[in-house]
Ligand binder design. Structure first.
Ligand SMILES: Cc1cc2nc3c(=O)[nH]c(=O)nc-3n(C[C@H](O)[C@H](O)[C@H](O)COP(=O)(O)OP(=O)(O)OC[C@H]3O[C@@H](n4cnc5c(N)ncnc54)[C@H](O)[C@@H]3O)c2cc1C
Length: 302
C-alpha cells in the first residue's frame, strides 16, 4: 500500500495530523496499536478544561470527536495496527502483522507511556493498580502504597484516602514536584503517611495477590504490608521504533526542529514523543499542523 503520509499513533497528535493531511489533499493512514484511537485521552478521568474553544469536555468525547472528524475528511484510521519497524530510506513502515506501507513522509505520533518499577510481580500480581480513580472502590478499607512525588502520585493519594484505611506515599527524594493544591491537603490528611528518600526494591505476594513491598531508605531495608500498590513515577516516550534511526535525547524523546522534522529527512515527530516539556493536547495538535503544512509545501516543490 502507498500513501502520501503514514502517521504512527492515533492519539490527539496523530488524529490532528490526519485531519490536516485530508484538509490539504494528502492521502494518509493512521496506525494505532490499541483497539481504539485517542491515546492518553482514554486514560484521563477528569474533564479537560484547558483546550481552547471548549470550556469543558469529557476526554473520551474529545477523542471520539477527533476520530469522527478525521474519518469524515477521508483519513484511513487503522486500530489494532502496531507499527513494528520503519525503513528510513524507503520510507516504508512495517506493521506487526507483516503488512508494509510506503509513504512520501512518515509522522511519528506515538506519545508516551507510564514508567514502571520493572520489578518481578508488577504485571502479574493482583493489587498492582492501573488507575487510582477508576479502581478506587476496590481499595475500600484496605492499605495502599503509592510510589511517586508528582501531581499524579499526590492526586491519587487524595482520591484513594477517601476509600482506603491508610495510604503510604513513597518517594525517592525529599523534594516533591506536586503542586501546592495537592501537597498541602496530602500533608494535612491523617490517613496519608509520607516516606521520603526511599525506593521500592521488591514486591511480595501469595497466591497471585500482593501482600507487601520491600523498601530501601535511610532506615535500611524494611517491609511494608499492603493490599494495593499504585506506581506514578512519570512517563517515558514510545520512541523505540526509531531507535538508531533518528536522534533522541538522553531520556529517549525525539529531537525535532521548528518544522517538527527529525534528524532524518521526511521523518517527522509530533506530540508527546517529542515534547518533554509541554505534553499537552494543544502542543500535539499544533505540532500536527506544523508537520503536515511543511510536508505539503515540500511535496509541492519537489
Ligand atoms: C491523567 C492525564 C491528564 C491529562 N490532562 C491534560 C489536560 O488537562 N490538558 C492537556 O492539554 N493535556 C492533558 N494530558 C496530556 C495529553 O493527554 C497528552 O499531551 C496528549 O494525549 C498527547 O497526545 P499524543 O498524540 O502526542 O500522544 P498519546 O495520547 O500518548 O497517543 C499516542 C498513541 O500512539 C499509539 N502508539 C504508540 N506506539 C505505537 C506503535 N508502535 N504503533 C501504533 N501506535 C502506537 C499509542 O497507543 C497511543 O494511542 C493529560 C494526560 C494524562 C495522562
Amino acid at each position: 500500500m502507498e500513501k502520501d503520509v503514514v502517521i504512527i499513533g492515533g492519539g490527539p497528535a496523530g488524529m490532528a495530523a490526519s485531519i490536516w493531511c485530508s484538509d490539504l489533499g494528502l492521502s494518509n493512514i493512521v496506525l494505532e496499536k490499541d483497539g481504539s484511537t485517542g491515546g492518553q485521552l482514554r486514560k484521563i478521568f477528569q474533564p479537560v478544561r484547558n483546550y481552547p474553544g471548549i470550556r469543558e469536555i469529557d476526554p473520551r468525547k474529545l477523542a471520539d470527536e477527533f476520530a469522527e472528524q478525521a474519518k469524515a475528511l477521508g483519513g484511513d484510521l487503522r486500530i489494532d495496527s502496531s507499527a513494528a519497524s520503519i525503513d528510513p530510506e524507503a520510507l516504508r513502515v512495517e506493521l506487526a502483522s507483516g503488512e508494509g506501507i510506503k509513504a512520501k513522509a512518515a509522522v511519528l505520533a506515538t506519545g508516551v507511556r507510564r514508567r514502571r518499577l520493572d520489578l518481578p510481580g508488577e504485571t502479574e500480581l493482583y493489587g498492582v493498580l492501573e488507575s487510582g480513580a477508576k479502581q478506587a472502590a476496590e481499595t475500600a478499607n484496605s492499605r495502599v502504597v503509592i510510589v511517586g512525588g508528582g501531581d499524579a502520585a499526590f492526586e491519587n493519594a487524595l482520591i484513594l484516602a477517601k476509600f482506603a484505611s491508610e495510604v503510604t506515599l513513597v518517594h525517592h527524594s525529599s523534594h516533591f514536584r506536586a503542586r501546592a493544591e495537592f501537597l498541602e491537603p496530602v500533608r494535612r490528611n491523617p490517613k496519608i503517611k509520607i516516606i521520603e528518600n526511599a525506593v521500592i526494591t521488591g514486591l511480595f505476594g501469595s497466591e497471585g495477590k500482593l501482600q507487601a513491598v520491600g523498601l530501601e531508605g535511610k532506615n535500611g531495608v524494611q517491609r511494608i504490608e499492603t493490599d494495593f500498590l499504585l506506581v506514578r513515577i512519570g512517563v517515558m516516550p514510545n520512541s523505540e521504533l526509531v531507535d538508531g534511526i533518528v536522534t533522541r535525547d538522553a531520556k529517549g524523546y525525539v529531537i525535532i526542529d521548528a518544522n517538527c522534522e527529525t534528524s532524518v529527512a521526511k521523518i517527522f515527530a509530533i506530540g508527546d514523543v517529542a515534547s518533554p516539556l509541554s505534553p499537552t493536547i494543544a502542543t500535539a495538535v499544533g505540532h500536527a499542523a506544523t508537520a503536515i503544512k511543511v510536508i505539503k509545501s515540500r511535496l509541492a516543490s519537489s
